[in-house]
Design a protein around this ligand. Structure first.
Ligand SMILES: Nc1ncnc2c1ncn2[C@@H]1O[C@H](COP(=O)(O)OP(=O)(O)O)[C@@H](O)[C@H]1O
Ligand SMILES: [Mg+2]
Length: 502
């Protein structure tokens, strides 16, 4: 144990109290440095922290040191880190260790102490605490070293704890943002009136426990909305779990949902089901139309009794789970055709929210396209920022009826990978199906061909051309003639010839 006089022990005790209450790393480091300097009557000081491999060090706090002093003290720091031992020099100028160091004469340093900041359990130095005095002041003593070593032990623990805390907090904030970005309504893109209506409906039932049925074509965003409901509602702290009812054979789906008891069927294990795992949260049953009648009866029972029984089990367990179901089928029709149980249907669709197909909300396309562009450009470290007018026009015009938003997302991801220009996505970077639907090409092709796609005669072409120009300028003949580059009287003559009304 270090032999320290009473007043120094008291000082140590007091500082330790103070620094352990600081929760922000930078404030802590400044306070440690300040306490060290004032308690041993040093003039200047420096704290350097290093990484695990001791490859780099960073000055994290310094007081009164000039740049060239820092360079000099870094050589001392390095030696201290390597040896793990305190370094004291009472008179640098006569210190044999520095006789070859040119700068020592100019620095006017009389005496310094450099102690490693060591965490007791790992014995690994986190960094060092360095203090010095310039000429004309009394040199440091062994007692100063003892004090500073004891102090450094306290400081190392406080630094470790605070930086761990800070890292965890930052990680938490990052994760929170991530979740928020993804699942908060603002992260779900939709400016169109149709999507705004979806958001309003979703907000209304967010905090309720009622079962929700989400309908909409494949890729239209049913799962996105289900997550938005969960992560904004009062169940957000509990799990959101999803399963595709069409992806598993009946027995496995049942075991997956309700859990199983070992040996209940070939290969069955003692396993908790999704209903239990989602307790307190939300379970998303995708493609609910794929469930069998027997399964629908079982699900209906869970909705009524709020308890489940594992496959092969005898005991019932209470579960509190909100169900959100999704389908791209017309369930009402399935009920009429007796392909879906009516009782379950009514129980399930207390609230139905329909997600409209993308082709009915073209105004969302530019926003979605930009959103996916940024997402993939970031992910793939590309500098692409936007679309040129033709490319965006083609995206907006396309009908996306195969896979809706998912199809748009794939298109953009593909374009980001293969774009030839590093800044913008051009029509040529889009897939063939998009190119042929581009507004101007379609219009141009229409102009040259009849309904069967056959080339037009010159007369028919001219008539179609005039009609097309007129429709662009809302029938304004003066403007049309100007675009065509012919006198107005000539245009009037042609209109008469083709019997195009006045
Ligand atoms: N409104 C939206 N805003 C942002 N991304 C969306 C939106 N709608 C759908 N997506 C994205 O499109 C893809 C398909 O959405 P998803 O919810 O899985 O569709 P569905 O469940 O209807 O098949 C997902 O990658 C999803 O992130
Ligand atoms: Mg889906």
């Amino acid at each position: 144990m270090i032999d320290l006089p009473h007043d120094r022990l008291m000082a140590l005790f007091e500082i330790s109290h103070r620094i352990n209450r600081i929760s922000d790393l930078q404030t802590l480091l400044n306070e440690i440095l300040h306490s060290a300097i004032s308690n041993i009557g040093a003039e200047r000081g420096l704290i350097i922290l290093t990484d695990e491999e001791r490859e780099s060090f960073h000055t994290v706090a310094s007081q009164s040191l000039e740049d060239e002093d820092i360079t000099f003290s870094k050589s001392i720091v390095q030696a201290t880190l390597e040896s793990g031992q305190t370094s004291l020099s009472q008179d640098i100028k006569s210190d044999v260790r520095f006789k070859d160091t040119d700068s020592v004469q100019e620095l006017h340093i009389l005496s310094f102490i450099c102690v490693p900041l060591i965490i007791p359990e790992t014995n690994r130095p986190l960094g060092t605490l360095y203090v010095d005095q310039r000429a004309g002041v009394k040199a440091f003593t062994q007692e100063d070293v003892a004090f500073l070593e004891a102090f450094a032990n306290l400081a190392a623990i406080a630094i470790k704890n605070t930086s761990t805390m800070e890292r965890i907090m930052n990680e938490n904030i990052r994760l929170y943002r991530e979740v928020e970005k993804k699942y908060e309504f603002p992260g779900v893109i939709g400016q169109s009136e149709l999507m705004q209506k979806v958001f309003r409906e979703a907000k209304q039932i967010m905090d309720d426990d009622c079962t929700v049925l989400l309908t909409g074509e494949s890729g239209s965003g049913k799962e996105v909305i289900a997550k938005a409901i969960h992560y904004n509602g009062n169940r957000k702290a509990k799990p959101f779990l999803a399963i595709n009812c069409g992806a598993l054979p009946e027995t496995l789906l049942e075991a997956e949902l309700f859990g199983s008891v070992r040996g209940a069927f070939t290969g069955a294990l003692d396993k908790q089901g999704l209903f239990q795992a989602a307790h307190g949260g939300t379970l998303f049953l995708d493609e609910i139309h794929h469930t069998s009648e027997v399964m629908q009866i079982k699900l209906l029972r869970v909705l009524q009794d709020k308890e489940i029984r594992r496959v092969g089990g005898t005991k019932s367990t209470k579960v509190d789970v909100r169900l959100i179901c999704a389908t791209n089928e017309d369930l009402q029709k399935a009920v009429q055709d007796k392909r879906f149980r009516q009782d379950f249907y009514y129980r399930m669709n207390v609230v139905t929210i329909n997600i409209p197909p993308l082709r009915e909300r073209h105004e969302d396309i530019p926003l979605l396209a930009q959103y996916f562009l940024e997402k993939y450009a970031n992910e793939k470290k590309k500098s692409i920022r936007g679309f040129d007018r033709k490319a965006l026009g083609a995206l907006v015009k396309y009908d996306w009826s195969e896979n809706n938003v998912r199809e748009l997302e794939n298109e953009i991801e593909h374009a980001v990978i293969f774009a030839k220009d590093s800044e913008t996505i051009k029509l040529n970077d889009l897939s063939d199906k998009l190119k042929s639907s581009a507004p101007y090409t379609r219009e141009a092709a229409d102009l040259l061909t009849d309904e069967e796609g056959q080339p037009l005669t010159y007369d028919k072409f001219e008539k179609k051309y005039i009609q097309s120009v007129l429709s662009r300028v809302n029938g304004n003949k003066a403007k049309a003639a100007k675009i065509m580059g012919i006198p107005r009287s000539t245009l009037r003559g042609k209109l008469r010839k083709f019997g195009l009304g006045q």
